[in-house]
Design a protein around this ligand. Structure first.
Ligand code: FES
Length: 181
């Protein structure tokens, strides 16, 4: 079977791919390169990339494809199939809506809808201004406060749909007062 590694300019392609990835990912790919089931390591490779960068960029997925000798379509297919892989950078604030049972019966779906409406994004997305990313999570262990929304490290609850914009506003105001350096 012919692979990209057989092309004349493979050394340049390899060097560029290695430069696009963290050193531990390059080392891990090298360590599994001769394994019979090379593709079975793809999820582990993507996890390592995301652990370092917080998300998976197109350039990184291309570099993984080249170094690991796995078709790009397969790499992007896996990255898009599993919801825990992020294909966009994280926003400045990470919003996690609890969809555990206690929160769900207390109206977490309405809170989710209000957040999506206010931010103009769906779960797994980041607002265009890079301020907020929206995710869902399971029980945060604070069921007594249901329904609960966690923003960064802070738990808010019980949250009503009417409070959603006020909470977001608070973060925007705080950021204006202390701009990122
Ligand atoms: S179910 Fe939401 S905090 Fe437990």
């Amino acid at each position: 079977m012919s692979t990209i590694a057989n092309t004349d300019n493979w050394p340049e392609i390899k060097a560029a791919a290695e430069a696009a990835l963290p050193a531990n990912v390059v080392a891990f790919i090298a360590s599994v390169q001769d394994s019979v089931h090379r593709e079975s390591h793809l999820i582990a490779i993507l996890h390592l990339v995301q652990a370092d960068s917080g998300w998976l960029s197109q350039d990184q997925m291309k570099a993984v494809s080249q170094l690991a000798q796995i078709p790009l379509a397969k790499v992007t297919g896996v990255a898009t199939f599993y919801h825990y892989f992020r294909l966009q950078p994280r926003g400045r604030h990470m919003i996690n809506v609890c969809l555990g049972t206690a929160c769900y019966v207390k109206g977490a779906d309405k809170i989710s809808q209000r957040l999506m409406d206010n931010l103009g994004i769906a779960f797994g997305e980041t607002t265009k201004d890079g301020m907020f990313s929206l995710e869902s999570t399971r029980c945060l262990g604070t069921c007594g406060l249901a329904p609960v929304v966690m923003i960064d490290e802070q738990v808010h609850g019980p949250v009503t749909p009417g409070e959603v914009s006020l909470i977001l506003e608070k973060y925007l105001k705080k950021d204006k007062a202390t701009p990122k350096v």
